[in-house]
Design a protein around this ligand. Sequence first.
Ligand code: GUN
Ligand code: ZN
Length: 428
Amino acid sequence: MTQTILTGQTLSFTGSPFREGPDAAVLHHRRGAVLVEGGRIADVGDAERIRGIAPTARVIDHGERLLMAGFVDAHVHYPQTGIIASWGKRLIDWLNSYTFPEEMRFGDPDYAAEMAGVYLDLSLVNGITTACSFCTIHPESVDAYFTAAQARGMRMAGGKVMMDRNAPDGLRDTAQSGYDQSKALLDRWHGVDRLTYAVTPRFAPTSTPEQLEAAGALWAAHPDCLMQTHLSEQTEEIAWVGDLYPDAPDYLGVYERYGLTGRGALMGHSIHLTDREWAALSDSGTSVVHCPTSNTFIGSGLFNAREAARRGIPTGLATDVGGGSSFSMLRTMAAAYEVGQLGGSALHPAELLWLATCGSAHAMRMGDRIGNLAAGMEADIIALDLASTPVIAQRAARAGTLWEAIFPTIMMGDDRAVTVAMIGGKPV
Ligand code: GUN
Ligand code: ZN
């Protein structure tokens, strides 16, 4: 089998920095190397040692660049790529004014294919090698997404949005058709190459109880799929859920009632939670996903990453494009830092990087395959230039520690910092 050695600085996690602290959880080699074999990482460590164990391997030198796992975007809407940065609305008006009209277009397979390609290429340029995306209610939108991901060899998750009320004509399915179409797509795509199906009821307000019940039944019949939805993003939304589901104890209680919580369930946003909801998320092993640029852009509120970590709730980080205002996971980490500051707790650079890689991967039950630069993992790797612009370079030049060298790129970096993204060890 051909062996390739990538040399550069390397950054790996040996544990969670939230639990163990940044320095105990991170392994950094100033002169490091990654040995790639058959699309997987065979070893990571000191460059001299790695060269010694694979003397005939081809060597690709990344210089001073930081080699790390590709970013994992745990919540995104690829069909909203074309309406990113739409002005002036809060969630419900934003959905009705911008999102639903655009999503209407994805019944056209040609348009869906075009936008799936644009979306994946924008993600890759930003170092995102895996994502979990909502599609639209149209099966065509799911076929386009998985076809494009498969062509690029990417590990991607996603699913057909299920939505049978409170959405315009042409953008609703029914409890039965939503189930049947989701099942057919799941049968077609789940486990094919590197693809994972996610059962995807949009959120409680756009599904009838019958549809949520159908979604729960589908997930129960295919428990190795993911389940993704939205939870407690804005206060108006929460009040609406209270009106639509008067018997539920709270918003999460609606999903619990229909079997839509537990390991592999991804709750986007999860901002305004009661104590009962926090405890229920933790007890059930349900994942939450922090979408910080979206939460500031749509005016939703401040997610409490520290509380999620304290309770041991698997937590991912996400762009949430097009509610989110950037495809950059660096910009997304910067927003998470700012949200943390406003909430009274500065997240450490190691915590931010962990959320963007391992955290998201674990939230998606993929932490044994992706999200870390470690032996046995799939070789989805990025190289980061820690001096990608003049302002970042002059700041990083003063760094006395690894974290001081990385933090300017987290706060001020963008796609220019991502010099290459590799899928299965191959540059794309
Ligand atoms: N809640 C329900 N649908 C959506 C969506 O498309 N984006 C965001 N940010 N929140 C939602
Ligand atoms: Zn979303």
